[in-house]
Design a protein around this ligand. Structure first.
Ligand SMILES: *Cc1c(COP(=O)(O)O)cnc(C)c1O
Length: 219
């Protein structure tokens, strides 16, 4: 089942789109099955669950942290995490930078934008993002690498609305690219699209999708 779904999705999506297999709440045995089928990128949204799985599973897995991350927990994942998706404050970035330095590495991050019309405490608006990227404090952070943007569309059947929200995120990406990351080749990721909306997301410019239930079954 997992193996079949993975190969169907790989056949379906363009090759430049990175697939993050979201394994949150699923047992390590499910991850091992996907790993044996060639999947190497997995997404988790709880620090404790992630650290336990990281210990138990092969070391060449690239772990993406996709949930809201509290600053005081960065230290538990800083030695191994591959990408942190949901960065939405300077405070969090500073802590990631600090822990990256302690581990003698650079950590790739995505800026999370609030694009849905749902109430959420999380995610930047465009103005806040510009403030962050334009600040002197940000420029001084040498051990974080901003590789792009991330967002979640409203959970709705209204396709037009979902498309609009994805288009907003893509336009944020483009403006940030030209203003702040023009000569930075690493800034190239648009992480948008989940099981219910990844096809729309890819049509609207996504190059990284985060799929959980369509691979591993309902949670
Ligand atoms: C859970 C989760 C996903 C995957 O959701 P599915 O609908 O199961 O594909 C993707 N992104 C984030 C941020 C999530 O928390």
């Amino acid at each position: 089942m997992i193996v079949d779904r993975l190969s169907e999705i790989r056949d379906e999506i363009p090759k430049e789109v990175t697939l993050v297999a979201v394994s949150k709440t699923k047992p390590s045995s499910d991850i091992q099955i996907a790993y044996d089928a060639g999947q190497r990128i997995f997404g988790e949204n709880k620090v404790q669950e992630l650290t336990a799985k990281e210990e138990a599973l092969p070391k060449d897995i690239q772990w993406h942290f996709i949930g809201h991350l509290q600053s005081n927990k960065v230290k538990y994942i800083a030695s191994f995490v591959s990408v942190i998706h949901a960065v939405d404050s300077l405070k969090l970035l500073k802590e990631i930078n600090k822990q990256a330095i302690k581990n003698n590495r650079t950590i790739d991050c995505l800026l999370q934008f609030h694009i849905a019309d749902e109430e959420s405490k999380f995610g930047l608006d465009f103005e806040k993002a510009q403030e962050l990227l334009g600040s002197r404090e940000f420029v001084e952070l040498q051990n974080v690498n901003i590789i792009g943007v991330m967002g979640m569309a409203t959970f709705t059947k209204n396709e037009e609305q979902v498309r609009d929200e994805f288009q907003n995120l893509e336009s944020y990406f483009n403006v940030l690219k030209s203003h702040y990351f023009k000569f930075n080749e690493d800034f190239r990721t648009i992480s948008m699209g989940m099981s219910g909306d990844y096809r729309l997301a890819i049509e609207e410019g996504s190059n990284m999708i985060r799929l959980g239930s369509t691979i591993f079954g309902a949670r």
